[in-house]
Design a binder for this molecule. Sequence first.
Ligand code: FAD
Length: 575
Amino acid sequence: MKHQFDVVIVGSGLAGLRAAIELEEDASVAVLSKVFATRSHSGAAQGGIGAALGNEEEDNWEWHMFDTVKGSDYLGDQDAIEILAQDAPRTIYELEHIGVPFNRTPEGKIAQRAFGGHTRNFGEAPVKRACYAADRTGRVILDTLWEKSLQRGIQFFDEFQLMSLIIHEGQCCGLIAYEIATGKLHTFQSKAVLLATGGYGKVYKTTSNAFASTGDGLAIAFRAGAPLEDMEFVQFHPTGIYKLGILISEAARGEGGILRNNEGERFMERYAPVIKDLAPRDMVSRCILEEIRAGKGIDGKDYVHLDLTHLGKELLDTKLAEITGFARTYAGVEPVNEPIPVQPTCHYMMGGIAADVDGRVITDSEGTAFPGLYAAGECACVSVHGANRLGCNSLLDILVFGRRAGKEMHRFISTVETVELPPDPEKVVAQQIIALMQSEGKESIGEIRAEMQKVMMDDVSVFRHKEGLEEAVEKIRELKQRYRNIRLQDKGNCFNRDLLDAIELGHMLDLAEVITLGALSREESRGAHSREDFPKRDDEKWLVHTMFKHSADEGPQLFFKPVTITRFQPKERKY
Ligand SMILES: Cc1cc2nc3c(=O)[nH]c(=O)nc-3n(C[C@H](O)[C@H](O)[C@H](O)COP(=O)(O)OP(=O)(O)OC[C@H]3O[C@@H](n4cnc5c(N)ncnc54)[C@H](O)[C@@H]3O)c2cc1C
């Protein structure tokens, strides 16, 4: 079946929806999502969205910019970070005006709370900068933007899975999607395509991410010729529920929660004397693992305690209701009286499809645009988070740059004609599906996925070193070979999860390889990338973005892109 729109957006998380509502009513817009629109992972965001409103105490956007640059370990592009911090207050008031029910201060202003790495006066002390709706911030923003999108007449294609982009003479002119309910292929012809397909935490065994976070958009763009940037930077959030990885928001520490080791010691005081438990995530995750290595995990096991008992029942019930509920349900503890067992969990991907501040996908280190192809949200790397993202800066990033991508696509579609599609655009995808369905191989999807997740967890997580990374590359390449021989159990056309699992696994294997190659090539420690064999940051050699381009014959090809530094010169990062 064929459809025609001016713009097709893949992903109905906050990035996709914010772009969609920015496109004027005179543009026809389709939004595709492989899950029902409001089940996108953005709906799971808990703690808050950052903006220097100064509602609770003095704050300004330059402090926010500085914190983000420092948090990024100086790898973030400062022109983009300036836009992020400066546009943040407008973004929040816009959300307020369209109906997002933020928590309020007693005098009726939008309430704010502390979050990791956010400080007053260039690092002096923590500042209250995160706007929030209890610990359901993503949920309320997503539902509000979805209602707004319906009002605007944006057409949703829920449970449609992107399979490939249509590229004709170097320009993106549409895509092929698979309708999950029927197994039918659909061709979408458009002047512009925006990828807003979110993160890919499912590459790792322990993650806070949704099942749908498999990185399809990145892998598909990569194969179509778009480079992937800074993929070695993977954020482990310090407080996932022990063994499960389900997130306990940083808001818990923002409201006063404390991390303790087996001696009951508040160990973060030793590592970050100024901001303690509110140090940035890369640091806190490493500190937890250092404590565990030093034998200070609880009961000799690989977890520590998050203590909220001193915060009192009322605060927990009103401001942290969701996460205390998770602790009761999944960890079997009552946070009013007992600490929560926590360990680092794979949470957020700093790397992504290389894009500029207007959402244009770029193809080289000079910033040459890929005509017709855009990316925004967690799947993109603009790069505002550099080597480590600060808490509550992702919701901000996806709304600020989702809007800018919407504006730029609107300008672009008025300057170009619809491009003719190449003949039989569905052919390659149809053949791929037939080959998977008919494969007589012996390999199981579940086993290959579990082995990939394990090797990424063992060798490519918080601490890394050369031998482990080399073994991981070898293992992933072996898994890619085995993947050619997978066999599907389900050969049907209706909600064939087996087929989609197979396709997603193929994407994740590609991304696992690039993450690992990036980590192997970067011989320094910066932000979330901590090489035990290169423990120091090396600005002379590595103050640079890594970029990988796809090559079918030779595997991913590495090149570099300079970092944009404007106001803040790199300094040692102390908290
Ligand atoms: C548990 C949790 C809590 C968080 N809390 C916070 C917080 O408090 N503050 C903060 O700033 N950040 C937070 N984050 C991070 C933030 O929520 C995410 O980075 C952000 O929501 C990503 O939004 P997105 O629009 O890029 O993608 P998502 O919301 O992940 O949406 C991706 C969309 O792409 C679609 N899609 C993917 N692949 C395909 C395909 N092949 N075909 C069709 N559709 C596809 C999906 O269906 C979905 O609609 C949190 C993240 C998690 C996991």
